[in-house]
Ligand binder design. Sequence first.
Ligand SMILES: [Cu+2]
Length: 144
Amino acid sequence: MVGNGRRIVSGGLKSAAALVGAAALIAAAWTSGTVQEATATVEMTNRLTFTSDSVVIGVGETVEFRNTSALVHTVTGDPSRSSLDASVHLPEGAEPFHSGRMKPGETFSHTFESTGTYRYFCVPHEGAKMHGVVVVRDREDMRE
Ligand SMILES: [Cu+2]
């Protein structure tokens, strides 16, 4: 999925552009290592976004999701709960996960046990494309 550079830009390809943007972030994370490493925190906002879009952790590490907004959100990496193919991607063998409804102020932690790229989303805001990416690397690879 990490593309070969060329893309057509037009008004009708917003979600494709968002995907390319996410891929670029992942690529940046892989090469620079300056995005968040190790155990990470992601916040859920009033703007129907996750911050950061993309975090990089080592296998077996945990991401804490915090609902710092005034809205109910979820953190969902479960294809059976999504209606859009683009909302969820799990590495082969990875367990689906789902936070349930998170009220303002609540937190949810998930430990990522398989390497690869996870794409997750928020059930109530799937239509608004509220989703994010966690890249899980071998710890060996993180010592550079
Ligand atoms: Cu949401």
